[in-house]
Design a protein around this ligand. Structure first.
Ligand SMILES: NC(=O)c1ccc[n+]([C@@H]2O[C@H](COP(=O)([O-])OP(=O)(O)OC[C@H]3O[C@@H](n4cnc5c(N)ncnc54)[C@H](O)[C@@H]3O)[C@@H](O)[C@H]2O)c1
Ligand SMILES: O=C(O)C(=O)C[C@@H](O)[C@H](O)[C@H](O)COP(=O)(O)O
Ligand SMILES: [Zn+2]
Length: 354
């Protein structure tokens, strides 16, 4: 399956194919002439998929260097980015060379960030290997690293040259990671696609989801593609992709990056926004119950009562949807349709109430 993201001045293809990794060499040859490629990945992904990627690309005539990070959110930092710049410079990369991000959202965000800033920008490709990265983070061009004070505080908009999604890589993924990816799937359906929502209601469990992974990934990527095409730089419609993230990102930061996964935090954030919006009369009665049933079925957490509300509020002050004292929040008008409301930033406390 192929899809094209059409932006005003740029376009790229997303290729979704079981076993696609085994065709990587030929796919990359269509994008790039022979050149140096730095493959940025993490230790776990490298153990599973490093060899196939190496063989494919070397046979296709590329000169490779692997940069392998420690797995986990802690690696999404300026410290790690700085080490990668040094490795890129040691590999004597020039602006005609390129980067491949091979891994989950951490690798994708970090590799995208260094690619878009090294020498003011090298081309890069996303090869996402987690469900979360395949349904969300590999598409749309948001790159970032975290600071100690806030999630994704430092970043760029930089679109990849292409995205290759091989759903077979999900076979080696731990169940907790499948579930966290499902949080972004649930988000995508909740904000924009009632049909996908109803489909998710019919699936029995995670195994059922994996059986239908290719189609689910396609639908999520298509939702994201449309939103990004309408508002690449996150000024308006794209903000809906942030449903659950205002509180979710604060949860990740306050708990300590990596303790609660991004998807788990988004599940908590979606629940909290939905239940509060329902209490405030901004979301139809009964929506939270359906959302809770869905998140429970896929074993996602919704509770975060142990986290201090003031700490969460302070973290929310760094949300990128804030403008001065105002904050845009994403609510559900109904299941399958999001709406954006502007509130005074203090008012987010109404949504944090236990
Ligand atoms: N840029 C965006 O639009 C966007 C969207 C959503 C999330 N994100 C970011 O993505 C990050 C989360 O991504 P993630 O959940 O993929 O986390 P991750 O990259 O940390 O991957 C999760 C774990 O799975 C392992 N792994 C990856 N692929 C594997 C495979 N095929 N088999 C076995 N193990 C594998 C990794 O080693 C890691 O331990 C967060 O930092 C979040 O902010 C970005
Ligand atoms: O692509 C987007 O836009 C999103 O908001 C997708 C989110 O799932 C993702 O977590 C994103 O990185 C959040 O971006 P941020 O601007 O809130 O840092
Ligand atoms: Zn997200």
């Amino acid at each position: 399956m192929k899809m094209t993201v059409n932006l005003p001045t740029y376009q790229y293809d997303i290729f979704i194919q079981k076993g696609g990794l085994k065709e990587l060499g030929a796919w990359v040859q269509k994008l790039w002439s022979p050149r140096k490629i730095m493959i940025i990945t993490d230790q776990t992904v490298n153990e599973f998929y490093g060899n196939v990627v190496k063989t494919q690309l070397e046979n296709a005539g590329f000169m490779l260097e692997f940069y392998v990070i420690e797995p986990g959110e802690q690696s999404k930092s300026l410290t790690e980015a700085s080490k990668i710049y040094t490795a890129m410079s040691d590999f004597q990369m020039t602006r005609s060379d390129s980067v491949i991000a091979l891994g989950g959202g951490v690798v994708g965000d970090l590799a995208g960030f260094v690619s878009s800033t090294y020498m003011r920008g090298l081309s890069f490709v996303q090869i996402p290997t987690t469900l979360l990265a395949q349904v969300d983070s590999s598409v749309g061009g948001k790159t970032a690293v975290n600071s100690t004070t806030a999630k994704n505080l430092i970043g760029t908009f930089a679109q990849p040259a292409g995205v290759l999604i091989d759903p077979e890589t999900l076979e080696t993924l731990e169940i907790r990671r499948i579930r966290e990816g499902l949080a972004e799937v649930i988000k995508s359906a909740a904000i924009a696609d009632l049909t996908l929502w109803e489909e998710l209601e019919k699936y029995q469990d995670e195994a059922d989801i994996l059986e239908h992974a290719e189609s689910i990934i396609y639908q999520c990527v298509d939702i994201k593609r449309k939103v990004v095409e309408a508002d690449e730089l996150d000024n308006d419609e794209r903000l809906i992709l942030n449903f659950g993230h205002t509180i979710g990102h604060a949860i990740e930061q306050v708990a300590g990056f990596g303790v609660i996964t991004h998807g788990e935090a988004v599940a908590m954030g979606m629940y909290q926004m939905c239940t509060s919006a329902e209490r405030l009369g901004k979301t139809p009665h009964g929506t939270t119950e359906k959302l809770t049933t869905m998140t429970r079925k896929y074993h996602l957490p919704i509770e975060f009562s142990e986290l201090d509300r003031t700490d969460l509020f302070n973290a929310i002050l760094h949300d990128k949807k804030a403008r001065g004292h105002q904050l845009k929040v994403i609510l559900l008008e109904s299941l399958g349709k999001a709406k954006i409301e502007t509130i005074q930033i203090e008012k987010i406390k109404d949504f944090l109430a236990e």
